[in-house]
Write a protein that binds this ligand. Structure first.
Ligand SMILES: [Zn+2]
Ligand SMILES: [Zn+2]
Length: 261
């Protein structure tokens, strides 16, 4: 029997559609099950285009804010978090010159450069910092800071948009540095299972009108904390240094309950 073309499953098309779902951060299954008792390691691999190289807050290792927050999510577990702390822990990509990136184009970069693959005891993410913008069916998106591509574990980060968070007003220099990290923490947390995205609610704090988000504007998982303007306000108000925990008590209670078997 021949299948009609419309019935053929096209995985690339499926991934593309999933990315739209995640962009608006609505219901998507967690990419991974980092809370599975068999999982002992969570590895974040980071590559970058030279002009989009991640930087750290003054005097701190790279990704200290992300590290602190992931370690808080996984405290009291056997999960060890690995994320680059210096330039040598990341790979520079010399063959990426585009200025806009579709989901498929980011997956192609990952196919070529991703080194860490998940196993039964490890969960991995591949994060690529790009000097350009996300591109979808509506065109070039100069308002999208980062995008998590379905259940692939691939996350694209868009440097010009991160820079725009710190570009206006008299903001601390740290604002731009923290823009990428807060976006990364938000996207990783969706993939890990927040809010009600695989990790069950312990209290009624889901902002259901806005999908898998928290109803507390002081929490990193508040829906508009992934938009440029409100992210700027959030960072200025909430991020004191690289050790600030950015989840509210409701989100922390959800994950803490999920860890206790
Ligand atoms: Zn979100
Ligand atoms: Zn929350």
């Amino acid at each position: 029997m021949r299948l009609s073309p419309a019935a053929v499953f096209d995985p690339m098309r499926w991934l593309h559609l999933l990315s739209f779902v995640l962009l608006s951060c609505s219901s998507a299954k967690p990419a991974t099950s980092a809370l599975d008792p068999a999982v002992t390691s969570l590895v974040i691999e980071v590559d970058y285009v030279p002009t989009a190289k991640p930087t750290s807050g003054r005097g701190q290792p790279l990704f200290q804010l992300t590290r602190s927050n992931l370690e808080r999510l996984f405290n009291d577990t056997s999960v060890k978090v690995t994320i680059p702390s210096s330039d040598g822990d990341m790979e520079q990509l010399s063959d990426v010159t585009a200025t806009t990136f579709s989901s498929d184009e980011m997956l192609a970069i990952a196919d070529k450069h991703r080194n860490q693959k998940g196993t039964s005891s490890s969960v991995t993410f591949y994060v690529v910092f790009l000097d350009g913008y996300f591109k979808d069916s509506s065109g070039t998106r100069n308002d999208v800071l980062g995008v998590s591509l379905g259940n692939t574990g691939v996350i694209g980060m868009f440097k010009p948009v991160m820079d725009s968070v710190g570009a206006t007003g008299k903001l601390p220099v740290a604002t731009a540095n923290f823009a990428g990290e807060t976006t990364l923490i938000h996207e990783l947390s969706h993939a890990i299972g927040l809010v009600n995205n695989g990790i069950a609610l312990k209290s009624e704090h889901q902002d259901t009108a806005n999908g898998k988000h928290c109803n507390n504007s002081e929490c990193i998982m508040y829906y508009s904390n992934e938009g440029v303007d409100s992210l700027r306000e959030f960072i200025t108000r909430a991020v004191k240094d690289g050790n600030t925990v950015l989840f509210d008590s409701a989100c922390l209670a959800d994950i803490d309950a999920a860890k206790k078997k």
